[in-house]
Design a binder for this molecule. Structure first.
Ligand SMILES: [Zn+2]
Length: 79
């Protein structure tokens, strides 16, 4: 098995793949994809998305897929 991710760009830590949610902005809307294979640095938590995965998400959205559920996202003001 080859190494899928190079070491973390920021801290040089080992990057392992996990299935985690990913936020995506699509046509002005905030969407969440669950169980996306994303590289996560085991030291600093930096996330690495493979171009192939990002492309696949775009592809799915262009195909007009239906969400499995809809959640409300709280919005806060900083000031
Ligand atoms: Zn790191």
């Amino acid at each position: 098995m080859g190494k899928e991710y190079s070491d973390c760009y920021y801290c040089g830590g080992f990057v392992e793949e996990r299935l985690i949610p990913r936020e995506v902005r699509w046509k002005g809307q905030l969407l969440i994809f669950e169980n996306v294979p994303i590289g996560v640095c085991t030291q600093c938590g930096e996330k690495v998305v493979k171009p192939k995965v990002a492309k696949e998400i775009d592809h799915l959205l262009e195909g007009n897929i239906q969400p499995t559920k809809t959640i409300q996202v709280p919005v806060y003001q900083y000031a």
